[in-house]
Ligand binder design. Structure first.
Ligand code: SAM
Length: 290
């Protein structure tokens, strides 16, 4: 390590299913905030390479330099695949990045964000304003500070798309990959409803990825895994899982291209072609998910 340079080290997320023994160092330009909320340790750094970055319990959540890859992959696919958008729910996502992506769709009438930790919202708006870009002040937004596990039980057939933008299943999100939770998600979806799940890294968390996929397969008739490299997440290809009873895989590239063109959006990462390419998996990954 170069002398005199300060680093923050992250131990690769040792979720219940995968032990990695990997530690990653990020060189720090400036520490902007550190403190504890009722749920987790919260730190915000300006990193030499990745820019302003949020850490929760020592795990990198989202970074200025490449958050667009993660948020577009997680949100734009279900939003363009869905035949007629109306209400969208985001569980987690207190930094506002997913909400920003959802509100790009004019057909979205209501975007509900259910975040357990109000401090994450407050600190993200203060130190990482590029994430929400005032999305929290949009009149379509409803911010609910509550445990997503409790919230979801009170809502039936209400949402067209649900986005699970959750930290890895340790700490406050640990129960939000369970079968009962996914069954509650399904009940909260309207018909044709699609859920999009941040599913971790296939490189360092293969059992987590396959556990999520197999549980979703028990609840929904169509489950599709897609991948993208999110450089600040260090572990190569990250997995985003889509699930629905609606056969979204029959939406053609041509239809997606028409919808994308009509939206007049200019996204930086996601596109109909990227969507198609990101669902092409190597054999070893396909076998793991069976
Ligand atoms: N991009 C990140 C990733 O891939 O791990 C996720 C970022 S977002 C900041 C994760 C959010 O999930 C955090 O703000 C955390 O407080 C929230 N969260 C964790 N458990 C939750 C729960 N049970 N209900 C609602 N929000 C929760």
């Amino acid at each position: 390590m170069r002398k005199g340079k300060q680093y923050i080290f992250e131990v690769a997320q040792e979720v219940p299913y995968d032990i990695t023994g990997i530690q990653i160092g990020y060189q720090v330009r400036k520490k902007l905030y550190e403190g504890k909320s009722a749920f987790q340790r919260v730190e915000v750094y300006n990193l030499m390479f990745f820019g302003r970055t949020l850490f929760l319990d020592g795990v990198l959540q989202t970074a200025e330099q490449d958050e667009f890859i993660y948020h577009e992959m997680l949100c734009q696919a279900p939003l363009f695949l869905h035949p007629s958008l109306g209400n969208v729910l985001i569980i987690g996502g207190g930094d506002g990045g997913a909400l920003r992506e959802v509100l790009k769709h004019r057909s979205v009438k209501k975007a509900v964000v259910v975040e357990i930790d109000g401090k994450v919202v407050k600190l993200s708006r203060k130190y990482l304003p590029f994430l929400s870009k005032n999305a929290f002040s949009d009149k379509r937004t409803k911010l609910v500070i509550e445990d997503g596990k409790k919230f979801i039980k009170k809502h039936k057939s209400e949402f067209d798309v649900i986005i699970l933008d959750l930290s890895d299943p340790n700490g406050p999100s640990k129960d939000l990959i369970s079968l009962p939770f996914y069954k509650n998600i399904k009940q909260a979806l309207r018909s044709n409803g699609i859920v999009s799940v941040q599913s971790g890294s296939f490189i360092t968390q293969p059992k987590l990825v396959s556990t999520i996929s197999k549980r979703l397969q028990k609840v929904f008739s169509h489950v599709q895994v897609r991948k993208a490299v999110v450089p600040s997440y260090y572990a190569g290809e990250y997995i985003f899982t889509l699930a629905s009873d609606y056969n979204f895989s029959k939406v053609t590239l041509g239809t997606l291209a028409k919808r994308y063109k009509a939206s007049k959006m200019r996204l930086k990462y996601w596109s109909p072609e990227i969507h198609q390419a990101s669902s092409v998996l190597p054999l070893y990954l396909k076998q793991e998910l069976k």
